[in-house]
Write a protein that binds this ligand. Structure first.
Ligand SMILES: Cc1ncc(COP(=O)(O)O)c(C=O)c1O
Length: 440
């Protein structure tokens, strides 16, 4: 395939795009439980308008676009306030959770180079359930990730993690909450461990950062996780998740400006001029920065609090329905609308496959097999339909029998493979094949 010789008229292009989108996940009707965060049609319209207004502007040079600079300053001031940052706390906007995490790990590594010169091979302690962005950061920045075991409640077992600290440990990480099961790690204990050793502590609140503060405002008890916990030195939190901003927007906040300086990259010898860049990206879409600012200002503290209340109401109904379905079990004690369920009697991968035939897209997880859900305002009206389908599908599966096809067979095969290097190759082959053009 090559670029068409003659350009395609706008109407024909749009029609082709609509046609291709027809088989996309149906998030508008609440059929998906990840990837898309929708607050309301009005909020979506505001965010889109803001994005489009600054579509062409570039956040690379804050001097050229004072508007973007102002948006970013205000977004970061709001983030610092929301996470109870002390005076002097500061951070950056990034393109997403992964970039925020990469930056926090890079900052920790460079902090250690100055403050722990004896460290030869920097290590960070991460929960077994931590997001793979930390493994990516380890891979990119030459920091080893050491896994802390989880307890029965699926939170880090800090008592067992203590022995993992060595003279080379520079950073301890906890999640608020962790993606797989929606449980918050014991942040106070992890931060105390870091403090005891004079090292840094990062809280990954990519999923909870713009939800937990509002959950707290509804009067619910939320375990401590932010800068109010002594010893927490940085926090990642995504605007493009429960902040309902456009994709390409996250925040990483440090307890002090001095810490943030370790995140930055500078180069003074380029013929193109002096170069300074706060994060991974060079060019930064003005639209994503403007849309994040618009989302925070449009929805406001009260709006986010109402959303948190609604999402928890929807979540409660789903959790009750799952708990009342014989054979299904919720894992751990999820704190927000993110959780997983499993079964000791039916094959949950088989369940995901039959639910998918009814249009419901549930993400499969492993170790042990379980299904993941992430509740947003888009799910308010689908609870009954979902639970009816879930009950029918559970009843239709034979107890104790593994479904010999579909995702069940695939996960079964991959799960039992001893050679994890081979899994690596299978994933590589899968990604490598993504550019193969389908017919049509
Ligand atoms: C807890 C947690 N951290 C980090 C990330 C990575 O965020 P992103 O996909 O925006 O890079 C996610 C994404 O789901 C997450 O749930």
């Amino acid at each position: 395939m090559k670029i068409p010789e003659q350009g395609t008229p706008r109407a024909a292009l749009m029609a082709r795009m609509d046609e291709l989108a027809r088989s996309d996940a149906d998030w508008r009707r609440g059929k998906t439980w990840s990837l898309v965060y929708w607050a309301s049609d009005e909020a979506l319209a505001v965010v889109k308008e803001a994005y489009t207004k600054f579509f062409s502007e570039n956040g690379l040079n804050p001097m050229a676009f004072p508007s973007l600079r102002r948006f970013e300053q205000e977004v970061m001031a709001m983030a610092v306030d929301l996470f109870h940052g002390p005076p002097g706390a500061a951070g950056s906007m990034t393109s997403g959770g992964s970039e925020s995490i990469l930056m926090a790990v890079k900052a920790a590594r460079d902090w250690a180079r100055v403050n722990r010169p004896g460290v030869k091979q920097p290590k960070m302690l991460v929960p077994l359930s931590v997001h793979p962005a930390f493994e990516k950061a380890a891979h990119y920045f030459g920091v080893s990730a050491v896994h802390m075991p989880l307890g029965e409640d699926l939170r880090v077992d800090v008592a067992r993690a203590r022995d993992l600290v060595t003279a080379d440990t520079i950073l301890v990480v906890g999640s608020a909450p962790a993606y797989p099961h929606g449980v918050i790690d014991p942040i106070e204990e992890l931060a105390a461990l870091a403090r005891q050793h004079g090292i840094l502590c990062h809280v990954d609140a990519c999923v909870g950062g713009y939800f937990l503060p509002f959950l707290e405002r509804t009067g619910r008890a939320v375990p401590p996780w932010d800068f109010r916990v002594d010893g927490v030195t940085s926090i990642s939190a995504d605007l493009h998740k429960y902040g309902f901003a456009a994709k390409g927007a996250s925040t990483v906040v440090y307890r002090s400006r001095e810490l943030r300086r370790f995140q930055y990259f500078t180069y003074g010898d380029w013929p193109g001029g002096l170069y300074g860049s706060p994060s991974m990206t060079g060019t930064r879409p003005g639209g994503a920065i403007a849309a994040a600012w618009a989302a925070l200002n449009h929805i406001g503290m009260d709006g986010y609090t109402t959303i948190a209340r609604d999402v928890m109401d929807t979540t409660g109904r789903i959790l009750d329905g799952i708990r009342a379905t014989p054979g299904l079990r919720i894992m751990g004690n999820p704190v927000m609308g993110v959780f997983a369920f499993t079964s000791d009697v039916i094959d949950v991968y088989g369940l995901a496959d039959v639910m998918e035939k009814r249009g419901w897209k549930l993400d499969r997880q492993q170790r042990p097999p379980c299904l993941h859900m992430m509740v947003t305002p888009a799910h308010k009206g689908v609870v009954d339909a979902f639970l009816t389908d879930l009950r029918e599908c559970v009843n239709g599966l034979e107890h104790g029998k593994v479904v010999p096809e579909g995702s069940s067979a695939m996960y079964g095969m991959l799960g039992s493979m001893e050679d994890r290097g081979a899994i690596h190759d299978i994933i590589l082959d899968f990604m490598d094949g993504m550019d193969t053009l389908d017919a049509g």
